[in-house]
Design a protein around this ligand. Structure first.
Ligand SMILES: [Zn+2]
Length: 356
């Protein structure tokens, strides 16, 4: 995760600040200033957002009498430990290559698309490698499930391992492979994407010096390239929805209601969580998140971000060397993984899917 979006602030402050918006009767912006080292927020006792603020337009969800999906959170947690054991994995590093090989080794026998290119960044040309694993379904159309696996570049010379930020969601996708391998999925095809270079390359707050590259251009390198590639070859027309996981392992799990995500799809996610009894971990607050789903939203693909941007009090562990495995739990991975599977199952039964 590289940042959350700002409401009503000059663009020059965007990289340093974010605003949490709680839904009550009206949007109530709460400005929070943050930097890499400090994060201050005004605690508010406003009522939490209600998911009923999102209606389900034109949806008739069939009753689901099948047994709930099972997701192995313990196995996913084990994968987090294995990913983190490689150490920091910024772009261009040997550790990054090791994690690429680790993911690809897990995908033996799976139809894999490698999207490899060189990105022009503020630190020069850096190699980028998106990995796509394709699992066929019985219906025409594709659901993409994505996670970035690179770690924060400005922290590359520290002990930052991104257990939650990059590690948790990448591990969750590895466990989804175990669910999907060798099966013809009932419903849409699912393509799992380990995307690269999500994180900004240039640090925030570089002593007041002008940025080498506008902040808006210095992130989401991998997923932007993949979205453009799939637009060029026509694949984008087959993609029904884009589901993103990012920072999903926090033992204190609170998935945000993201106002950048597609409202009807957020409602399906909440319905999925509710069917599993996990709704208390979803949508207690609303914020606008800039993340890997943005390029697909711009191309008209309904998209939803599963993200918990409250990692430690006031998000103090985010982008610090405190982002370590001891803050995570298998149960949180199980909650998000099962909700992701239930969301996919509901989407497979909705006919037709609403437009964006
Ligand atoms: Zn991040």
């Amino acid at each position: 995760m590289f940042r959350a979006e700002v409401y009503n602030l000059p663009s020059t402050r965007r990289s340093l600040s974010f605003t949490v918006v709680l839904l009550s009767l009206a949007w109530v912006p709460i400005s929070c200033s943050r930097s890499k080292d400090t994060a201050q927020a005004n605690a508010q006792s406003s009522p939490p957002a209600s998911a009923t603020d999102y209606s389900l337009p034109n949806l008739s969800l069939p009753p689901d009498s099948a047994s709930p999906p099972v997701f192995n959170g313990e196995q996913a947690f084990q994968y987090v430990k294995e990913i983190v054991a490689f150490g920091p994995r910024p772009l261009g590093s040997g550790n990054h290559k090791k994690v690429e090989d680790f993911i690809l080794a897990h995908l033996k026998g799976v139809d894999v698309e490698n999207d490899v290119f060189t990105a022009d960044t503020p630190e020069g040309k850096l190699p980028v490698h998106n990995i796509v694993a394709k699992f066929p379904g019985t219906k025409d159309g594709i659901i993409v499930v994505a996670s970035h696996y690179d770690t924060n570049y400005p922290l590359r010379n520290t002990s930052f391992v991104g257990a939650n930020d990059g590690g948790s969601s990448s591990a969750l996708l590895l466990e989804l492979v175990n669910q999907f391998r060798g099966r013809n999925l009932e419903g849409y095809s699912v393509w799992l994407v380990w995307d690269d270079a999500e994180e900004a390359i240039e640090p925030d707050g570089s002593g007041g010096l002008p940025r080498k590259m506008p902040f808006e251009d210095d992130s989401l390198y991998g997923i932007t390239h993949l979205a453009q590639k799939w637009q060029g070859d026509g694949t984008i027309k087959k993609i029904k929805t884009f589901l993103l996981a990012d920072m999903v392992g926090d033992a204190d799990l609170n998935i945000e209601q993201d106002s950048n995500s597609t409202p009807w799809l957020e409602a399906v996610v909440y319905e999925a969580a509710t069917r599993l009894g996990y709704q208390s971990h979803f949508f207690a607050r609303t914020m606008a998140v800039d993340d890997d789903h943005i390029p697909f939203l711009k191309l008209g693909v309904p998209s939803a971000d599963f993200i918990d941007f409250d990692y430690g009090y006031n998000d103090v562990y985010w982008h610090t060397t405190q982002d370590t495995v001891d803050k995570l739990s298998p149960k949180s991975l199980e909650i998000v993984g099962a909700t992701m599977l239930e969301t996919i199952r509901i989407l497979g039964k909705m006919e037709p899917l609403p437009p964006k």
